[in-house]
Design a protein around this ligand. Structure first.
Ligand SMILES: [Zn+2]
Length: 83
């Protein structure tokens, strides 16, 4: 995992130009994975979408969340992640 540094909070998604202020959108990351060279935005977004319920995501209808979640899980899902 190569974690290093203090714990920080990543906001995975922006919606309509603003950060989404929901617990599912907050991903705790060490400094290296958030602000250093280990940062991979799509992995953080995958984690957020796997935490959110369909009902929570329905508050933000302008994104195709189910399609994005499928894409991210196929690309970065647990078997493929070696960070
Ligand atoms: Zn880390």
């Amino acid at each position: 995992m190569d974690c290093n540094g203090r714990i920080t909070i990543e906001h995975s998604f922006i919606y309509a130009g603003r950060q989404i202020s929901e617990m599912w959108n907050y991903v705790p990351l060490c400094w290296a994975h958030h602000l250093g060279d280990k940062f991979v935005k799509e992995v953080n977004q995958m984690i957020s979408l796997n935490r959110a319920t369909d009902e929570e995501l329905s508050k933000y209808p302008r994104k195709n969340w189910s399609q994005l979640k499928k894409y991210l899980n196929e690309k970065w899902g647990i078997k493929k992640v070696a960070r």
